[in-house]
Design a protein. Structure first.
Length: 378
């Protein structure tokens, strides 16, 4: 009898997860979260403080709000933008970009060479020209690019001699060639000539180099790619002017964390009594331990759907026809085992991350279906 009582007490005693199982559960949760963001391991934080290229920061602010939520899904070409800095360390008019961090499954949509045009040098003689011709070549023979067959023209245009600022040249085909054969990447050569193609010595126009000028003016390659990861489960829409970021109910935000095994019964009962609606769900990258490599945002509100879908379903529940029929069958008990409809997201929005990859290149990536825009009974 005593043994039976002890057994019953042991079974009735609440089981608390051990520290080891909690740590294992957290590790598994973070691994799954990395999979959502298309990564096997989190990139390491840069070894020293690095400023992302201003172009990438401006692009992030153009496509996303402060929380990373997409303002307009049609702004970006593809879902990934990668930036690479020149690796020649100061070679004038020669540029090399290492593309080893680009995944083989990424489709190269557009590739751009960004060069910062410096103010022209002061000259004593008369200014005969207001423009010069700038040409960008793909280097085919690294040791003799000027030899016949040593280079291939990618882009050429007239550039004003006065003023300064960024010049952008399309070099998509060269990058596609490099992705097919990594050993063919011998870099780029830029030449400055007169209007008739005549050589200019010294060239009146110069571009900032990687070693001699401020980091914000360094030569940069920008790739617009698509990795094929697309959300297709629910309707996609752009950021509707910020209106949907307002909570639908005055509740405290939940934090992204390892979920608890149980909740108080009173809380579960309250959830069933409340109608289906959207509630805040805060994702804090610093809490997760990702703040070292994510530049923006510091976190975002994913929102989640919670509540009951009681019969009869009103229009405010945003029910589908199927949910309406299921609700009727459930209410009339016309079929066994048919539950009431569930409160789920019926509109999802994408978010954008600006981050350092494994090679400390800055990447802007858009992820679909990350924020619950609204909830309904389905």
């Amino acid at each position: 009898m005593l043994g039976t009582v002890l057994l019953l007490l042991a079974l009735a005693k609440p089981v608390c997860p051990s520290p080891d199982s909690a740590a294992s559960r957290r590790a598994e949760a973070l691994k799954r979260l990395l999979e959502v963001f298309g990564m096997e391991d989190p990139p390491p934080a840069p070894a020293h403080v690095k400023q992302p290229p201003q172009y990438m920061v401006d692009l992030f602010n153009t496509v996303a709000n402060a929380d990373g939520v997409t303002k307009n899904p049609d702004i970006l070409e593809g879902n990934t933008v990668r930036s690479f800095l020149d690796k020649t360390h100061g070679e004038k008019m020669r540029f090399l970009f290492i593309l080893s961090s680009v995944a083989k499954n990424e489709k190269i949509l557009t590739a751009e060479l960004h060069l910062f045009r410096l103010w022209p040098r002061a000259t004593n003689g008369p200014k005969r020209h207001h423009f010069c011709q700038v040409s960008v070549y793909q280097v085919l023979e690294k040791s003799e690019p000027e030899a016949p067959g040593g280079k291939k023209l990618l882009a050429a245009r007239l550039v004003p001699l006065q003023g300064s600022g960024w010049e952008v040249f399309a070099i998509t085909q060269a990058v596609r060639d490099w992705m097919e054969d990594e050993s063919s990447n011998q870099g780029l050569l830029v030449t400055v000539q007169g209007l008739g193609g005549s050589p200019l010595d010294p060239p009146p126009l110069q571009f900032a180099s990687g070693g001699d000028h401020h980091e914000s003016k360094k030569p940069m390659l920008v790739l617009f790619t698509d990795d094929g990861r697309r959300g297709a489960s629910l309707p996609m829409a752009g950021f509707p002017g910020g209106s949907y970021l307002q909570p639908q109910a005055p509740v405290l935000p939940a934090k992204l964390a390892v979920p608890r095994l149980t909740r108080p019964r009173s809380t579960r009962s309250l959830d069933r009594l409340q109608p289906c609606q959207r509630h805040p769900l805060s994702v804090d990258f610093e809490e997760i331990g990702w703040s070292g490599w994510i530049i923006s945002p510091r976190g975002y509100n994913a929102y989640h759907c919670k509540g009951s879908c009681p019969f009869p379903l009103g229009e405010n529940m945003r029910p589908t026809n199927h949910a309406t029929v299921q609700s009727i069958i459930n209410a009339l008990k016309l079929s066994e085992g048919v539950s009431s409809p569930c409160c789920v997201p019926d509109k999802l929005y994408s978010i954008n991350l600006l981050y350092f990859d494994d090679d400390e290149n800055v990447v802007l990536k858009q992820y679909d279906d990350m924020v619950a825009g609204s909830c309904g009974c389905h």
